[in-house]
Every structure is written in C-alpha cells, then in structure tokens.
Design a protein around this ligand. Sequence first.
Ligand code: GLU
Length: 301
Amino acid sequence: MTAVALPYRGRFAPSPTGHLHAGSLSTAIGSYLEARCRGGEWLLRIEDIDPPREVAGAATGILHTLEQLGFEWDGAVLYQHTRLDAYQTALKQLQQQGLAYGCGCSRSEIAAYGIRGLEGWVYPNLCRDGLAAGKTARAWRMRVPAGEYRFYDRLRGWQQQNVAAEIGDFVLRRADGLFAYQLAVVVDDAAQGITDVVRGADLLDSTARQIVLQQALQVPTPSYCHLPLLVNQAGEKLSKQTLAPPLDLTQPAQTLRQGLQRLGLFPPLECQQISELWQWARIHWQLSNVNAACQVIDRTP
Ligand code: GLU
C-alpha cells in the first residue's frame, strides 16, 4: 500500500498575552508563506488557556493586526478556552492508561532535590508511584518514558532530547486547575489536522514533550520547523517581558516589508501595496534561505 501524503495544513497559534510585535510577526509570516507556497491551508488558533497571563483585548487586537497586514486564514479562529472538554478527555485517557499521575508536591519540595534541567527543576518523581503520605493530588503529571526522542527540524536537521532526564515528568494540569500548554497544543494540533508546525525557536525544547504526548495519545506527529528568534539589542527574545514595542500600524505596508526583510525577503520598492508585497513574497519565499542559526537583531528603538 502506498502512503498518501496529507495536504499541507499549517497554523499560527499566538497566546493573547499582549500585542503582536516584530518577533511574533516573523513567526506569523514564516508559517503563512510556507503554508501558502506549499498550496496549503493556514489556520489561526488563539491559545487563551492561561487567563492570569492574558491581557484584555489582546486576542481581538492580534486578529485586527493580522487583518491589517493582509493575512488570510482558513476557516474559523479556534479559541482554546472553548476546548477544555477536549483537554479533559485527553487527560482522562492518559490517566486510564496509567500515563498521567496526581502529584501533591510544592515547588519548594521539588527545588529541594536540586536536579536542574533544561527548563528549571526536573521533577524528582516523588509521587510517581503513588502520592506520598499525607499529600493530595494538586497537579497531574505525565509519566515520561525513559530514552531519547528524535525529530527532524526542517531548518535545523535532526534534534534529540532525553525528555525524562532533561525535563522530567512534566505537568499536564496545573495545581490551579489550568491545563498546560503542552497538552492543549497536542490535542488541538491533532484535532485541527495540522501537518506542519512552523513556529519560533523558543519552542524547540517543547517539541520532544509534544511527541511524548502524541505517541501516548496515538495521534500523528506533524513535521516541525523552528524559525530563528528575533532578539533586541541586549540579546533578549522580543516579548512582552522584554518590552517589545507594538507593531506600527499607521503604515501597515512598511511594517509588512520590515517583517519580510527580517526573514531574508527584500521586495523591490515598486511593491507598495500590501497585496503586491504578499504576491512578491509568495514567489520568492524559500524556507531554506532562512538562516536558522541567526538571531535577528531588531533595531526598533
Ligand atoms: N502560543 C504559543 C506562543 O504564543 C505558540 C505555540 C505554538 O506555536 O506551538 O508562543
């Protein structure tokens, strides 16, 4: 039997924690151009599952900005806050498989073991074989299988991570009841039939965890590509925390042109309109021309 390649389906999945900035614009442009140049669909998902981190009006602002810059997405926008039942079902499946377990440990108890990993402390497996005496389950963790997880990044080549050793049994549902990004993103990428994930390199270390979950939930693993991060002059990733300025929407075509330039696309000056810029970019876009190693310095003051 011959395997049939699924039609390309990509997505952009911003969290509404603030306005779009030059860094998130680069990710949006890269994922959009790659989808369109491969004849694929491009879906939009608002990852609003962490209300304490969200900013009122940010989701609407992001959609408005994308519209002004001429992005066209397929289908309705998916809001993660409407998907809590699906995350609960996935968690239940993992619990029934014995792959998710309740944990009653506090941050300080975990830190006391002092096992440093890629992202803070590695969980010392205190509740892995049952809650320690006197504890109640506050969070739910994934029982991560031992061994290396490998995946191919379309810009960076083969990547591997020993999730158990470098990350540990990660959280699926937090002590405050909120679902973790890792679980939600895997459930939604599968539900939306995403074949190709193109996103920022800040998520490179998350991909192996997502593959752990995909295998446990028996859903397909998409192809992955992590675009270079945009950093400010202090070498920090542009984000709300590093006070990245909002995009200038008084001149949307100029803002789009700058975004394209950061990905190595230099449309001629005759392309003045947003539609002309996109038309040119679609002809000239090549993922292989993006320099994966480079952290583009944003010169915005
Ligand atoms: N919501 C994430 C962010 O805004 C992106 C998640 C993803 O692309 O997997 O950084």
